[in-house]
Design a protein around this ligand. Structure first.
Ligand code: PLP
Ligand code: COI
Length: 366
């Protein structure tokens, strides 16, 4: 049994004015504006979790020798709160993010926050900053829980003995500013994201730090996003920078929706997991497989792979329109968003925004 960690509630004396908030909500973009509050919980060796607080959003002062600045012991999560048709707010599968946060913590030798505390902290922050949850269409309040090593020192013989868990929140419009136009992808053969035994299935900052160089290469190649391949043969498709991938085999009611299997080197996305269920609910066959770049190119040429899309909390579902690598390039299907991609997107967003029945108990009411 876990003991409940009491929260000290210290709301902001002077939150942002209604006008300032309305200006941010009018065009939120992604990760540009932050709400009035944040959650902090400390962990100290021998003492465990303590000093849980809901407090005004503020900088975190740090000693220059704080361990995270040197060795990158940091993990994070991403999830969203959506305005419901009756004006209330609900968060999509926070318990799933709480469990994945524990898995990431274990891999990075960090303490595991109880899932109930993770969810309670989200409840408190979203309830406090409810006015920041957008009311327009697909917009949402993006929640960013994270934890990092706060011990001061440069030794590396053991993990840090102090950590800070935090949650901040940011109103979110579309992740891709061009809307749901298909993205172009670059197959990264030079750089790899993760290798067996590494941290690929953990959501740690270091994975993203190591990815920027490949993202920059994709941009140089005229592509929007990187597709990561396996580290060994550089031919098995794994995932994208911040999204998992799905392939639609066949068309119409007989189509199968397949996604790269969780080999330990890719992030077990909660959107990915939800779509396996949603696609099944809609009557499509689903599978988790290994897909090579040759399978993809061939399937595209012979018409057996007609749609490919990326999925994740920030990006929702985004069609992939074209593919480029050092030695090949092709247009996915007709380069336009596919019918099945858009149907799945509508269904997922419908559940999240409360217009489609939540048959799986995924929406957590605040
Ligand atoms: N893969 C990576 C590398 C990610 O950063 C994300 C985003 O969280 C995903 C996949 C999709 O995961 P989820 O659907 O849980 O957001
Ligand atoms: C998310 O979808 O929550 C992500 O983490 C993607 C990216 C912003 C890192």
């Amino acid at each position: 049994m876990t003991t409940r960690i009491p929260f000290d509630l210290k709301p902001a004396a002077q939150p942002l004015s209604d006008e300032e908030r309305a200006a941010a909500l009018a065009n939120p973009g992604f990760g540009r504006y932050f709400t009035d509050h944040m959650v902090t919980i400390r962990w100290t060796e021998g003492r465990g979790w303590h000093d849980a607080r809901l407090q005004p959003y503020a900088p975190v002062p740090m000693d220059p020798a704080t361990m995270v600045l040197h060795y990158g012991q940091e993990i994070f999560e991403g999830l969203k709160a959506y305005r419901q048709p009756d004006g209330s707010v609900a968060v999509f599968r926070p318990d799933a993010n709480g469990r994945r946060f524990q898995l990431s913590a274990r891999r990075l030798a960090m303490p595991e926050l109880p899932v109930e505390t993770f969810v309670e902290a989200i409840d408190l922050l979203v309830a406090q900053d409810k006015a920041w949850v957008p009311t327009e269409g697909e917009q949402s309040l993006y929640l960013r829980p994270f934890m990092f090593a706060t011990e001061v020192g440069l030794g590396i013989n053991r993990p840090a003995n102090e950590y800070l868990f935090m949650i901040i929140a940011s109103p979110a419009g579309a992740y891709f500013p061009r809307g749901i136009k298909p993205v172009s992808v670059w197959l990264s053969q030079e750089y790899v994201r993760a290798a067996p035994g590494g941290t690929g299935e953990a959501k740690c900052g270091g994975n993203y730090a190591a990815a920027f160089v490949a993202q920059a290469e994709a941009t140089r190649q005229g592509c929007d996003q990187v597709v990561w391949l396996d580290s060994n043969e550089r031919r098995w498709v794994e995932e994208m920078g911040g999204m998992n991938l799905y392939f639609v085999r066949g068309t119409g009611a007989g189509a199968a929706i397949v996604t790269p299997a969780l080999t330990g080197t890719l992030l077990p996305g909660i959107t990915r997991d939800s779509l396996l269920t949603i696609a099944g609910d809609l009557g499509y066959a689903t599978d988790e497989v290994r897909i090579s770049t040759e399978d993809w190119e061939r399937g595209n040429a012979d018409g057996s792979i007609n749609e490919v899309f990326a999925c994740g909390t920030a990006a929702v579902i985004t069609p992939v329109g074209s593919v480029k690598s050092a030695d090949a390039a092709w247009t996915v299907g007709d380069g336009q968003p596919g019918a099945i991609t858009m149907r799945l997107r509508e269904q997922l967003l419908g559940i999240q925004t409360g217009t489609v029945e939540d048959r799986h108990g995924w929406m957590h009411r605040i």
